[in-house]
Design a protein around this ligand. Structure first.
Ligand SMILES: NC(=O)c1ccc[n+]([C@@H]2O[C@H](COP(=O)([O-])OP(=O)(O)OC[C@H]3O[C@@H](n4cnc5c(N)ncnc54)[C@H](O)[C@@H]3O)[C@@H](O)[C@H]2O)c1
Length: 402
């Protein structure tokens, strides 16, 4: 990744040795014992063995630069499925709420965190504290204190020579990267306004279960665990918007409601207007569970000289005085992750700890939280007031095993 070049480099062996005991030992073996390939493998632990955790585990394994040595999940069935599939030793499979602590105390170099968003700041900060490199699913948190904890953990990671990567697929795509490079170069002229949207056929019409353990399985519908869908999902669109606009919003005004899921604990639609520095505005809308709707994660920003148009499921291009034909992003859901996995390995093995994904991911998650809070209030809220308020979302975990 070119935005991280220019950092002081360390010899790979010395760098990996800081990451964790597992690879330290491995790297000190003579090459002939394990072969060159095994010598460069990063020892990984997975926290959160659900849908995405088990899916991404396969992509890490296919990369060739990693080996799975430990896994953790609240539920034994989830841990067993991943453990069996990736031949993880029985005594390196951890369950319960404190599973992540036991995993972090065991010898490994890096962790992949695929738990519900509420737990991301807790799990990621503990991983950095334990000296592990971190690969983290979006969003970075569900509230302001959680996001600030991630910002701090990212800085601490850099100070401790650790890699911390947040897995936004758009940021890993060449078409997005090139289009953004051109925007920065000034190809759109002065930016005027933008629009972003995330209509989605999925989302379901479910309710949060009453059983405390089952709420961990159905966390999407539990507000303090997911942060509501504007944070959990729409952050993808808002991440692209804040990337293009290269700023955090100054304030937002919004509406939100439950017309599709009248009894849900999260909303089913939000419409938010954001105001950015230099009088640039962004109109944002997200809605879900609408049958047959075409899924889009769209962001368009207009400048005086042209417009950038992006869709996670479609094309990226610029029209105007300096056009960029761009193209179709293809299966970004998978290819974006494959690139992030490849770059995570590259950063670890070259000692590149600039960790450029952390600050923008904190910014975009906070932008989504600002939209959520403005929507809940049906009114206007400033960025500064949001940060000052520092509202905490706390799930009720009574009845859940430690
Ligand atoms: N395109 C994307 O970037 C993308 C797509 C899907 C999901 N995600 C993100 O991935 C994360 C996981 O989503 P998912 O769809 O796999 O959910 P999931 O429910 O399928 O998996 C989450 C797992 O975490 C476990 N878990 C819950 N609390 C835990 C705790 N305290 N400690 C250990 N394990 C715990 C659950 O038992 C479950 O197995 C979320 O943050 C989500 O936003 C990102």
């Amino acid at each position: 990744m070119n935005s991280t070049s220019g950092l002081p480099r360390q010899p790979r062996r010395a760098f990996l040795a800081r990451g964790g005991a597992a690879t330290t030992l491995l790297l000190l073996q003579p090459k002939g014992v394990f072969g060159a390939e095994a010598n460069s493998q990063v020892a990984l632990g997975l926290i959160g063995c659900g849908g995405r955790g088990s899916w991404i585990a396969q992509l890490f394994a296919a990369n060739g630069g990693y080996r799975w040595v430990a896994c953790a999940d609240y539920f034994p069935d989830r841990v067993a499925a991943v453990g069996d599939r990736f031949q993880i030793a029985a005594d390196r499979r951890y369950t319960g709420l404190s599973a992540y602590q036991r995993l972090l105390a065991s010898p490994l170099d890096a962790v992949v965190i695929e738990t519900p968003p509420y737990f991301h700041p807790i799990h990621a900060a503990a991983a950095v504290e334990a000296g592990k490199h971190v690969y983290l699913a979006k969003p970075v948190g569900v509230d302001v204190p959680g996001c600030l904890k991630i910002a701090q953990a990212g800085q601490q990671a850099t100070a401790k020579n650790l890699v911390f990567l947040v897995d936004f697929q758009t940021r890993a795509n060449d078409l997005y990267r090139e289009a953004l490079r051109r925007v920065r170069k000034g190809d759109l002229g002065p930016l005027v306004l933008g629009e972003a949207s995330y209509p989605w056929a999925g989302g379901g019409r479910g309710l949060p279960p009453a059983d405390p353990e089952q709420r961990l399985r159905q966390w999407y519908y539990v507000l303090p665990l997911s942060g509501d869908f504007i944070v959990e999902q729409s952050v993808h669109a808002l991440d692209v918007a804040t990337w293009i606009l290269d700023a955090a919003p100054l304030r937002a005004a919004g509406v939100a409601g439950r017309k599709v899921r009248p009894q849900g604990s999260i909303m089913d639609h939000f419409a938010v207007t954001y105001w950015f520095p230099n009088d640039v505005s962004l109109a944002f809308a997200c809605i879900q569970s609408i049958p047959e709707v075409k899924d889009e994660i769209r962001c368009r920003v207009f400048g005086a000289e042209g417009v950038i148009d992006t869709d996670y499921f479609g094309n990226v291009f610029i029209r105007g005085n300096e056009p960029f034909p761009g193209g179709n992003v293809g299966n970004l859901y998978t290819t974006g992750v494959q690139t992030n996995i490849r770059e995570f390995h590259q950063f670890i093995t070259t000692g590149n700890v600039a960790n450029p994904t952390v600050a923008p991911s904190v910014r975009s998650t906070l932008t989504a939280i600002l939209g959520r809070e403005a929507g809940y209030r049906g009114g206007e809220l400033s960025w500064d007031a949001l940060l000052k308020e520092a509202k905490v979302l706390e799930p009720d975990l009574r009845g859940v095993k430690s």
